[in-house]
Design a protein around this ligand. Structure first.
Ligand code: ADP
Length: 585
């Protein structure tokens, strides 16, 4: 009897399945997966038990880093009727989110997908030897600026990028850009001067920067910002600026969305328009030289195979810093070794410094390593929501007390945080601060992730937030009362906050925990104001230019917030211009 009933059930199931295959109309179901920055929701259409379309309904994933997930990977899922296709390198969490979302949708639709599929990797056809006027290594802000400028000066150019995606740290940065005398400063009635920017930068770096290089940066900052706006199409916030620590006035332009995506997506479009090839997955490993010692290009490696990129006019190193290289950090300054996480992309390994040192380039300030004060204790990533600090968010310790000026230099703040209970602190702000800072509004992705991991909490009252993080309420109330009175008088009697405080007595409140994480390596190659790489005698190495974080004479002991974007664009443009006009060999 038992045997008989099983047979009947099987027959019924088979009949239903056949019926489904032959007659069911297309069905669309939704599924959700959790990505790096929050939920990814897709609507998947199935017809005859197969995926026919995947529509991404919502995603907060980085549009540049995760591009391959929502194009190639998504297409492969449809082609192979499987959610288990290869993940996109460099976007594992976003890839996993898409997999989970599509599987959930399939489950809802009662569709069984095919199993894991290995999609054959398409290695692009690149000749072993390639010749250009200018070879740019690295596709961050410095690399793009150099390549586009060199192209516009008439040179043939290639960009080599070792990672699967472009943008480096420039992409994940907040990307504010310091420029004295900008159109936004004029609109806001803020008086500023290039000389003041120079003084702030030198002082902020304890006078360890090279004055001639610093002067070139501050003088070039506004023209560079105008180039970004007018030539590249970068959109800036027109009615506000940031006031980063160490700058005597508000002078930092804010790109739309307050992240590097705005710059890098516009740079990509500009490079595409000019047909500048960008070879990703290609790692430069060695600088090549002729018999006279002139740099003639690079040897690079892709998938274990060597390629030569010859540069008739010049090679530009725009490889970024070494914050993600724990060994190199430890060697440069043991204090910043394995005990710290980093805000950086994994590509920041100091390759350009190592390659150039091998051919006699001089370095400077290698021991000067910067931590960003407020970073995610879980991943080490910078907390972009911390923009609120520029508009009146206060830093408090576990005891509920302020302990440092919130607009202090990053090194001073980081040291102060490390001296607090647990070596962390909290930032607290309310709706009034948010109305000015738009930190929550701009960084919804972080809000989603940090709320999930528990490092960010939104509460209606001070008691709510104090209870959540076990901060003594009486101390917190006292701190808030004091700050709110300073907001009225305009004078912070405790730490002399240089910005504008807000009345913090009413909610709702946001509070998040932060720790210092290695953010910027100030040291690197010595360059002159023409972005030429110098040898140990201070003489330019023929054929070699460098720009951006790979260089080491701009920021001294401490880079001021938003001076990195000024640095990378100013010197990227100079390097591109100079390399393009060098006499071709
Ligand atoms: P910057 O801000 O100075 O432009 P970024 O960190 O934004 O620096 O960009 C540097 C880029 O250079 C990163 O995308 C990184 O992956 C890339 N890079 C680093 N080393 C190499 C290398 N050896 N070959 C090719 N690309 C590299």
């Amino acid at each position: 009897m038992a045997k008989h009933s099983i047979r009947i059930l099987r027959t019924t199931a088979l009949a239903l399945a056949l019926c489904g295959t032959a007659f069911a109309a297309p069905v669309t179901t939704e599924g959700t997966g959790v990505g790096k920055h929050g939920d990814v929701t897709v609507a998947v259409t199935f017809d005859g038990g197969k995926i026919t379309a995947i529509d991404v309904k919502s995603s907060l994933e980085n549009p540049i880093l995760a591009k391959g997930v929502f194009t190639d990977m998504k297409d492969a899922m449809v082609r192979y009727n499987s959610a288990d296709v290869d993940v996109v390198a460099g976007a594992t969490l976003s890839s996993e989110a898409l997999r989970t979302a599509v599987k959930a949708a399939a489950e809802k639709a009662g569709v069984a997908l095919s199993g894991p599929v290995v999609v054959a990797k398409r290695t692009p056809k690149i000749p072993e030897k390639n010749i250009y006027d200018v070879v740019v290594v690295g596709s961050g802000g410095a690399g793009f600026s150099a390549a586009i400028t060199a192209h516009d000066a008439g040179a043939s150019v290639v960009i080599l990028e070792k990672m699967p995606t472009v943008g480096g740290n420039s992409l994940i940065s907040g990307a504010e850009m310091a420029a004295a005398g900008s159109w936004v400063q004029q609109k806001l009635g803020i008086k500023d001067s290039v000389e003041q920017h120079f003084q702030d930068t030198m002082k902020g770096g304890d006078n360890l920067g090279d004055p001639a290089v610093v002067r070139t940066m501050v003088e070039g900052a506004l023209p560079a910002a105008l180039w970004c706006r007018d030539e590249i199409g970068v959109e800036f916030v027109e009615d506000n600026l940031f006031h980063f620590g160490g700058h005597s006035v508000k002078r930092s332009l804010i790109p739309k969305g307050a992240t590097g995506s705005e710059f890098i997506s516009k740079f990509m479009a500009a490079a595409e328009k000019r047909n500048i090839p960008i070879v990703t997955g290609m790692k430069a490993e060695e600088l090549l030289r002729d018999a006279d010692g002139r740099v003639t290009g690079v040897r690079a490696v892709m998938d274990g195979k060597d390629y030569v990129f010859e540069a008739r006019r010049g090679t530009v190193l725009a490889t970024g810093g070494f914050a993600a290289n724990v060994d190199m950090r430890t060697k440069a300054n043991p204090f910043y070794g394995a005990g710290f996480k980093t805000t950086n992309m994994p590509g920041a390994q100091g390759d350009g410094i190592v390659m150039a040192e091998k051919i006699g380039a001089a370095v400077a300030n290698m021991d000067q390593i910067q931590t960003y004060p407020m970073c995610d204790p879980v991943s080490g990533a910078i907390e972009l929501i911390d923009d609120a600090r520029f508009e009146g968010a206060i830093l408090i310790n576990q005891e509920g007390r302020r302990f440092v000026e919130e607009l202090e230099r990053r090194d001073v703040m980081s040291k102060a945080i490390l001296a607090q209970t647990g070596q962390y602190c909290y930032a607290l702000f309310n709706q009034k601060v948010e109305d000015r800072a738009h930190a929550v509004q701009n960084h919804q992705d972080e809000v989603a992730v940090f709320s999930r991991t528990g490092i960010l909490y939104k509460g209606e009252t001070l008691k709510d937030v104090a209870d959540h993080f076990k901060i003594p309420l009486d101390a917190l109330e006292d701190t808030v009362k004091k700050v709110s009175s300073y907001a009225k008088t305009g004078k912070d009697l405790d730490f002399n906050y240089r910005g504008k405080f807000e009345d913090l007595t009413t909610g709702p409140y946001w509070i998040y925990r932060g720790v210092p994480s290695v953010h910027h390596t100030m040291g690197g190659l010595k360059i002159n104001p023409k972005a030429q790489v110098l040898d140990s005698n201070g003489k330019p190495i023929e054929g070699l230019w460098a720009a951006g974080e790979v260089t080491g004479v701009t920021h001294g002991s401490n880079r001021l917030g938003s001076n990195a974007y000024a640095d990378i664009i100013v010197f990227g443009r100079i390097a591109g211009e100079e390399a393009a006009k060098a006499v071709a060999k």
